[in-house]
Design a protein around this ligand. Structure first.
Ligand code: GRF
Length: 221
């Protein structure tokens, strides 16, 4: 058996993706050890979820820092000190500074509620509806200094219904996110994913397109 992957998670909000990661580990689907959950919002539900699961937490408010870079350097120093090998951004609502992020490139992933490269940034459900799209989804990508712009690893797809609104679309997508993110972390735990110059590689072979989450919740090329 391989050693559990040491994972740190950054989250700003409700923490449902964090809860899904913890649950996947608890049911034996994910050989990882959560070494830190940190939030920029001291009241974030994600911190409560982590504490309940006996995961070390750190609330670090940006208010005490003169600029983004100094905050991000401090935050990522804490992440490194936790012994994390991989960093997961699960609803972390800040853009990380490029210099602070450099040691983590290829080891940091983010989940974003759109089919990237469509709709980087906020209000993705609304924007998909306004564009008249008939498909929506979520993406997990390697984090780079570019907002939601790093190479995409995997996506979950969802048909948009004629009666969908922003709320229903978000509610229908979230359970897929809860499958997608642990599935990608599982590939990382198995040391099967790499970020190479040519893009994302699975088992050493570059992906021609992002992996896709299928109905059996497995990721397929
Ligand atoms: C998710 O939709 C995620 O894709 C986005 O922020 C939301 C976080 O939800 N980045 P939660 O805090 O995990 O419930």
């Amino acid at each position: 058996m391989t050693t559990p992957l040491r994972v740190a998670v950054l989250a700003s909000g409700c923490g449902s993706n964090l809860a899904a990661l913890i649950q996947a580990r608890d049911v034996g689907n994910l050989p990882v050890k959560y070494v830190l959950v940190s939030s920029d919002r001291p009241a974030a539900e994600a911190l409560r979820i982590a504490k309940a699961a006996q995961v070390p937490t750190l609330a670090l408010s940006p208010k005490a820092y003169p600029d983004r870079r100094s905050y991000d350097l401090e935050l990522l120093n804490h992440v490194a000190a936790s012994g994390a090998e991989v960093l997961v951004l699960a609803g972390f609502m800040r853009i990380l500074d490029g210099a602070a992020l450099r040691p983590w490139v290829g080891r940091a992933i983010n989940i974003h509620p759109s089919l990237l490269p469509k709709y980087r940034g906020l209000h993705t459900h609304r924007r998909a509806l306004e564009a008249g799209d008939n498909k929506h989804g979520a993406s997990v990508h390697f984090v780079t200094a570019e907002l939601d712009g790093g190479p995409v690893i995997a996506q979950a797809h969802l048909e948009i219904r004629s009666d969908d609104n922003e709320k229903t679309l978000g509610e229908r997508l979230l359970p897929l996110e809860h499958r997608l993110l642990p599935a990608v972390v599982s590939l990382m735990a198995a040391r099967r994913l790499n970020l190479m110059k040519a893009g994302v590689a699975l088992d050493g072979i570059c992906l021609k397109r992002p992996l896709s989450l299928k109905e059996d919740y497995q990721l397929k090329r």
